[in-house]
Design a protein around this ligand. Structure first.
Ligand code: NDP
Length: 263
């Protein structure tokens, strides 16, 4: 039996075990998926091999550390330096990123999006900003601290910290911060969020499984919003395809995984 896991801190909220085990069970694939609470991201590689894993997902805050832990990086992950999926290929760790395409799948229903403001500048923000630019979307990024903005400036985003931001109009505002994940915080000061929400058509949050304070505010202003559930589904289907290495059909993976969202 193959063993897979998700590494994160926190990780108890993760729905990934349910999603992947639902695929393995429904499609009779001999594998099991568990979760690992990893505090120190530099121990990822050691922990992966100790557990004899065939593959893994990596969540907050270890995705950039996961990039460093790999022997080889393939596809979009090499462009962003952020890895959310690792495959054990004959003892070598191969890193991929399925978050960005998962998010594109999630926002399809918003139609033609031309301008996006990203709140946050972590691993998820990097992946999304890079992917949006590929589709010629104009991307702005705001983060509470300056330090992490350099990457975004370099790839052609407009960048702001809380001190120098003035609201403009956006088609979509996306929260990629972890504010609201385990607390009731907003991703930026209330006044700033209020004015942003008054100037956007759509809102999305990468956090799933709860209505974050950010989404609650969007809801109170009757703005069309979505949480991170479809992004989670999108990235999960792509990761599972890598785990089973072509042995299962993509549409079967998607419908089995979707069932786990109703549990
Ligand atoms: P990182 O740790 O790499 O980045 C976190 C970012 O959030 C940083 O920019 C940090 O700012 C900012 N931040 C943290 N706390 C606060 C706060 N209280 N107020 C304002 N900003 C804050 O995380 P990831 O990019 O890996 O993940 C971010 C979120 O996205 C997580 O909640 C994760 O669960 C979710 N996610 C969901 C997915 C899905 O499938 N739905 C997929 C991927 C991620 P600073 O630089 O100042 O520290």
């Amino acid at each position: 039996m193959k063993l897979f896991a998700i590494f994160g801190d926190p990780v108890s909220h993760s729905r990934s075990p349910l999603m992947h085990n639902s695929v393995f069970k429904n499609l009779n694939y001999d594998a099991c998926y568990t979760r690992v609470h990893l505090k120190d991201g530099t121990k990822l590689r050691e922990s992966f091999f100790n557990l004899k894993l065939s593959g893994a997902n990596i969540t907050v805050p270890h995705k950039e550390e996961a990039y460093k832990a790999c022997d080889e990086i393939r596809g979009f992950a090499s462009k962003v330096g952020v890895v959310n999926t690792i495959i054990n290929e004959n003892g070598k760790l191969i890193g991929y990123n399925t978050d960005a395409d998962g998010f594109m799948f999630a926002i399809k229903e918003f139609g033609n999006i031309k301008t996006i403001l990203i709140l946050g500048a972590g691993g998820t923000a990097k992946a999304l900003a890079t992917r949006f630019l590929e589709d010629d979307i104009k991307v702005s990024v705001i983060n509470r601290s300056e330090g992490r903005l350099a990457y975004f400036k370099e790839i052609g985003c407009e960048t702001y910290s809380w001190d120098n931001f003035t609201t403009k109009k956006y088609d979509l505002v996306v929260n990629t911060t972890s504010a609201g994940l385990k607390d009731e915080e907003l991703p930026a000061p209330l006044e700033m969020i209020e004015s942003l929400l008054d100037n956007t058509k759509f809102v999305a949050d990468a956090i799933y499984g709860k209505l974050t304070p950010f989404l609650k505010l969007a809801q109170s202003k009757n703005i069309t919003f979505k949480d991170g559930a479809d992004m989670l589904l999108g990235q999960g289907v792509l990761a599972n395809e890598l785990f089973v290495n072509g042995e299962l059909d993509k549409s079967d993976i998607e419908s089995s995984m979707e069932k786990s969202f109703k549990l």
